[in-house]
Write a protein that binds this ligand. Sequence first.
Ligand SMILES: [Cu+2]
Length: 463
Amino acid sequence: MKRRQFLATSGLAALGATTLGLGVASLARKAQAAPMAMTIQPARYALEGTVTEGMISLSPDAPPPVLRLRRGVEFVAEVTNQAEDYTAMHWHGLRIRNDMDGVPYLTQVPMGPGDRYRYAFTPMDAGTFWYHPHCNTMDQMARGLTGVLIVEDDEDPGFDLDLPVNLRDWRLGDDSQFIDLYTARGAARAGTFGTVMTANWAQDPIYDAPAGGLVRLRLAATDTTRVYRLHLPGAEGRVIALDGHPVIDPVGWPAPDAPLILGPGQRADLAIRMPAGEGAELALLNEQPGGPRSLLRLRATGEDLGHALDDLRPLTANALPEPDLDNAELIEFVFGWSPDDAPVNNGFCGTLGYTFWSINREAWPGDASASDPLAVLERGRTYILRLRNESPNDHPIHLHGMVFKPIASNRREVAQNWLDTAMLLEEETMDVVLVADNPGDWAFHCHVIEHQKTGLTGYLRVT
Ligand SMILES: [Cu+2]
């Protein structure tokens, strides 16, 4: 047995002993010192040479901060709404209590202007996650309200630099001001693309990293539309986590002809060894029409640290439920166009004014409407969700509150890693397996927000 494998296995055993022997409550060792005040508010910021007005963030003039939480330590946020419209905050990928999930009407009443909501939860999993509003989602996300959330590892894996990267676009005109955030043409197809691509609200930023050092790049695709196809020419590295969870089924290092596909909502943690020579640069490229485009660069600085990828300790294992495939129940979902007579979403949480998409041929009628769950799952049971995309567009299908593992696809070999968002390519049918271990009503929707808001939404109930 190789040393890495041994450490990974023993780490898991130790974790199992903690959770099983002492109970989950014991994981909540201590609470943070004071609740975090988060105020959703108007903002302005220079994404280009000219300041963009009409943005939404958590401060008047800066991106939403990277939140760093501790596993097993309660996080409390007092979220105040100083925006003009209703809102609610969702913690994407975190397996937490249903009433803290931030989905309007399903788990909470949306917050009107001036309202405050107290979110309190204890993260079970270490990894890279993110947060965004789930009410007026199209408008507020497009205007800036998407932030990275990190749950720290119990033990330091040994990186020399930990770099969260919030990847997203903006729909700006020549004057750097917002243009239409969504379009009927886009909503009915792949979504409406931004005009300015950024990493951490900067265009192709350069980050210094120690020469010969180890960098953890925490990529979070928080754009409302874009499916990224990423690679780093000449870089030595490994994909170590997807959607927050350590990779268990190895994923190849991305290349131009086999890039890392990261759809809206998804995350990937990359371990990268910096070149030894001072001044050498690595670029994170996105393959896109018109040729590859650099999203950010890493520049080697200082004397060669001489570190190697094999020096890294394995990431903290998360205690995820083991599926019982022999006794799994199959549930089928089809994602496609909406029927002609489908109603238009018209709740307090924003409408685009049209409906195009559906799950199982039914369009989500609106945030405030009482709809039946798409399926009722029995707590503790294993289910195979058959996700069938009958459209020519890609759909990143996201499930709240639980994680699943792809096990089969009609189009490609799938890596069997834990995810909260499945990137469903055009005409693809993918089977994912999950254990329904978290009670509540869990939103289940496409993370191309124009698709979500025009019908491709529903929820699963776990009882
Ligand atoms: Cu979609």
